[in-house]
Write a protein that binds this ligand. Structure first.
Ligand code: PXG
Length: 291
């Protein structure tokens, strides 16, 4: 049996899982999403993902048609049905079907889509050897235009940055904000380590309030490693002792080269390795069981 996709209360086989061409998610990118991991038959950090989803919906005046408890139950049901012990949940809320004008007021029924599959965005080797980054000329959205805190269905900013990564022949991009400070990576949060202290850009510098970033804060605290939110310049990144990134798809991954400069000794650093190990343990036992 192929994948079973949840759309608005029913399950459909992957090939038959379709939405209207009049859905404003398609026509205008009007909607939001979450990417959630399943580890060991548990939905990792589910509550935190739902917090972010419902906050984004509130900003966009998007009425999620399911109460939080019911949505949570539907996600568990979809995960069970697809029987993946290790997997990835893509939860999408679109504005729903409307007419060809952009007004969301014409869309009376937002859609809920739940896809459960797998995801791997980097090859295995980067976890032992480290990622090479390039600073992209595409900058993070200015919060005055579209808050980077909203995980919207419009990722064109990130897609343009991704083209630059491909052109440079590297693994990932470092994205700056309008002030020239590091915001984050394209779909990950970014961290620098200097003299044993972890520094990461504050969310008001254009970093998404990442759920894995939150886990990094918790693990650092448990491990007794100081972690601070501060603006990071490129010079500070180049001269870090070590760097790493975090994200639902990436987990925690070492960064060893930025713009053709070697970070530290060019190998994954000790703080990064400690966090990766702690994350490996943490993810096995935390999360909402799908059964
Ligand atoms: N910044 C941005 C812009 C992101 O989109 C993160 C940081 C990391 O946040 P989390 O909460 O995941 O730790 C993201 C996450 C996908 C995909 O399918 C994208 C993300 C996560 C999972 C899958 O491209 N973005």
């Amino acid at each position: 049996m192929g994948l079973q996709v949840f759309i608005d209360g029913s399950f459909f086989p992957e090939e038959e899982a379709k939405i209207s061409v009049f859905d404003h998610g398609l026509l205008y990118g009007d909607g939001i999403f979450e990417g959630i991991r399943i580890y060991n038959r548990r939905l990792f950090m589910l509550e935190e993902h739902l917090d972010r989803l419902y906050s984004g919906a509130k900003v966009l005046k998007l009425e999620i048609p399911l109460e939080r408890e019911e949505l949570s139950e539907r996600i568990r049901e979809t995960a069970r049905l697809n029987d993946l012990s290790e997997g990835y949940v893509r939860l999408v809320i679109t504005r729903g079907k409307g007419d060809l004008g952009l007004s969301p007021l014409n869309c009376s029924n937002p859609s809920v889509i739940i896809i459960v599959s797998t995801i791997q965005i980097y090859p295995e080797r980067v976890y032992t050897e480290g990622l090479h980054l390039v600073t992209t000329s595409t900058r993070r959205n200015n919060p005055d235009s579209l808050s980077p805190q909203i995980k919207s269905l419009n990722y064109l900013n990130h897609i343009l940055a991704h083209f630059e990564v491909v052109q440079a022949g590297v693994d990932e991009g470092l994205v700056l904000n309008d002030s020239g400070y590091v915001a984050e990576c394209i779909v990950d949060n970014f961290f620098s380590v200097k003299d044993g202290v972890i520094i990461t850009p504050p969310t008001n510098a254009g970093a998404l309030y990442g759920i894995t970033r939150l886990v990094v804060f918790r693990l650092a605290e448990q491990l007794g490693i100081e972690i601070r939110e501060e603006n990071l310049s490129l010079v500070e990144c180049y001269t870090s002792d070590e760097c790493f990134l975090s994200g639902t798809a990436a987990e925690i991954a070492p960064v060893t080269h930025i713009d053709s400069r070697q970070v530290g000794d060019g190998r994954p650093g000790p703080v990064t390795k400690k966090l990766m190990e702690a994350f490996g343990d943490f993810k096995r036992v935390n999360g909402v069981p799908i059964d």
